[in-house]
Design a protein around this ligand. Structure first.
Ligand SMILES: NC(=O)c1ccc[n+]([C@@H]2O[C@H](COP(=O)([O-])OP(=O)(O)OC[C@H]3O[C@@H](n4cnc5c(N)ncnc54)[C@H](O)[C@@H]3O)[C@@H](O)[C@H]2O)c1
Ligand SMILES: O=C(O)C(=O)C[C@@H](O)[C@H](O)[C@H](O)COP(=O)(O)O
Ligand SMILES: [Zn+2]
Length: 354
C-alpha cells in the first residue's frame, strides 16, 4: 500500500494505491454520506461494478449510473443525463459521487459533482493507467466541439482510491494511452526516469515498473498542484504535449485517437520546437516501436490545427502559448508565433509520416 498526499490552499486529500483495494472500499469511505451514486462506463461496469457493489453492500442508498464508454461521453448530453440521475435519486449536499473508471469517467463525474447543488463530494476510483494523472489535481470537465475540456471546474475529490490491480485488464491501446502521460511526467521530471520509460515495452509492461511510474507521476503532479492549484503558473507545465494533442483530439471529433496517444504526438512536436534533437529521436523511435499512431498526422491540416490551438486554455488574445523544455526536467511556457507553428508543423508532418 502506498499513501500519497495532495495539499492545496483549497483542499487536502490522500491518494491511496493498493492491490485489490476495490474489495475494501468500505474501509476507506466514511459511513456518514447520506447516499452514494456510482458513476461508471459500460466496460468498467462489466469488469468491476459487481465488486464495488459488494464492497459497499452494507451501505443503504447506493445508486448506479452506467454511461457508454469512450471520449464521446464527455458531452453535454451525458452530463445532463447524469444530473437527471442525481435529481431522481434525490442526492443531497451530504451525498457522494463515486467515479469508477478512467479519465473520461473521472472528468465527467467530477464535473457533475462540481455543479450539482453547487458542488457535492466525490471520490475518484481510477481504473486506467492514464487516470493516475486525471484523478489527481481537481480538473474536471466536459468537451466542446471546438475544444477539449472547455467547460469545467476545479473541484478536488475527497480522496483517490486506486486499485492498481485493475490496470491489468486494460487493452494494449489503453496502456499505450496511459503511458502518454507517464512520458510527459518523466520529461517534466528528470533524464533518468525518461530513459527508463524509453526502455519500457507497452505490450510487455511489468507490474512493478508500472506501479513505480504511477507513484512517481502522482508525486510530481501533487507537488505541482500543491504550488499552483488553479494553473496561474507552473501547473501549465503539466500541459506539455497538450497544445497539439488537444487540437488533434478535437479536430478528429474525440474518439478516433486516445488522449494519451495524442499527447505523445504533441510531446514529440514540443521536443521539436524545443530543439531537443536527441530526446526527440529517442521518443520518436519508442513511439513507433510501441504503435503510437503517428501516421494520423497525414489526415490533419496545419491551418486547422493552429486554429484549434487558439482555443487552448493557455492562449491569450489569440496568441498561442506553449510549454517547451530547455532540457529534460526544465519546462517553461512561451508564446510561439503562428507562422513558426505552421512551418514547424509542416516539417514535423514529413518527419513523423514515414
Ligand atoms: N483531469 C485531468 O487532470 C486529466 C488529466 C489527464 C487526462 N484527462 C482526461 O482523461 C481522459 C482519458 O482518460 P482514460 O484514458 O482513462 O480514458 P477512459 O476513461 O475513456 O478509458 C479508456 C478506455 O479504457 C476502458 N477502461 C478503463 N479502465 C479499464 C480497465 N481497468 N480495464 C479495461 N478497460 C478499462 C474504458 O472503458 C475506456 O474504453 C480524457 O478525457 C482526458 O482529457 C484528464
Ligand atoms: O492537471 C493538469 O493541469 C493537466 O494539464 C493534466 C493534463 O494531462 C490533462 O489532460 C488536463 O485536462 C489538460 O488541461 P486542460 O486545462 O487543457 O484541460
Ligand atoms: Zn492529459
Amino acid at each position: 500500500m502506498e499513501r500519497l498526499h495532495v495539499q492545496t490552499p483549497g483542499k487536502s486529500y490522500d491518494v491511496v494505491l493498493e492491490e485489490g483495494l476495490r474489495h475494501r472500499l468500505s474501509d476507506y469511505i466514511e459511513s456518514t454520506y447520506s447516499k452514494i451514486l456510482i458513476i461508471t462506463d459500460e466496460n468498467v461496469a462489466e469488469l468491476y461494478l459487481e465488486d464495488v457493489r459488494k464492497a459497499l453492500g452494507k451501505r443503504g442508498h447506493v445508486y448506479e449510473a452506467v454511461i457508454p464508454a469512450g471520449e464521446a461521453s464527455k458531452s453535454f448530453r451525458r452530463y445532463e443525463e447524469l444530473l437527471d440521475h442525481c435529481v431522481e435519486a434525490k442526492l443531497d449536499r451530504n451525498s457522494l459521487i463515486l467515479a469508477l473508471g478512467g479519465g473520461m469517467v473521472g472528468d465527467l463525474a467530477g464535473f457533475v459533482a462540481a455543479s450539482y447543488l453547487r458542488g457535492i463530494a466525490f471520490i475518484q476510483v481510477p481504473t486506467s493507467i492514464l487516470a493516475h494523472d486525471s484523478s489527481v489535481g481537481g480538473k474536471v470537465a466536459i468537451n466542446h466541439s471546438k475544444g477539449k475540456n472547455l467547460i469545467g471546474a476545479f473541484h478536488h475529490p475527497e480522496k483517490v482510491l486506486y486499485d492498481t490491480e485493475t490496470t491489468d485488464s486494460l487493452p494494449e491501446k489503453e496502456k499505450r494511452s496511459g503511458y502518454g502521460e507517464v512520458v510527459k511526467h518523466a520529461l517534466l521530471s528528470d533524464e533518468g526516469w525518461f530513459r527508463e520509460v524509453m526502455n519500457r515495452t507497452i505490450k510487455d509492461l511489468d507490474t512493478e515498473e508500472v506501479k513505480k511510474d504511477l507513484i512517481q507521476g502522482i508525486r510530481l503532479k501533487a507537488r505541482i498542484v500543491g504550488k499552483d492549484e488553479k494553473e496561474r503558473g507552473i501547473r501549465k507545465h503539466l500541459n506539455l504535449g497538450h497544445t497539439l494533442g488537444h487540437a488533434i483530439e478535437s479536430e478528429l471529433h474525440y474518439g478516433s485517437i486516445t488522449h494519451g496517444e495524442a499527447v505523445v504526438i504533441g510531446t514529440l512536436f514540443a521536443l521539436r520546437l524545443s530543439n531537443l534533437d536527441e530526446p526527440f529521436a529517442l521518443l520518436m523511435e519508442w513511439a513507433k516501436d510501441n504503435g503510437y499512431p503517428l501516421g494520423i498526422m497525414e489526415e490533419l491540416e496545419e491551418r486547422n490545427l493552429v486554429d484549434r490551438m487558439k482555443v487552448d486554455k493557455k492562449a491569450q488574445n489569440d496568441q498561442i502559448h506553449y510549454c517547451l523544455l530547455s532540457e529534460i526536467g526544465s519546462p517553461f511556457v512561451t508564446e510561439v508565433e503562428e507562422e513558426e507553428l505552421l512551418q514547424s508543423l509542416q516539417q514535423f508532418k514529413s518527419e513523423v509520416i514515414q
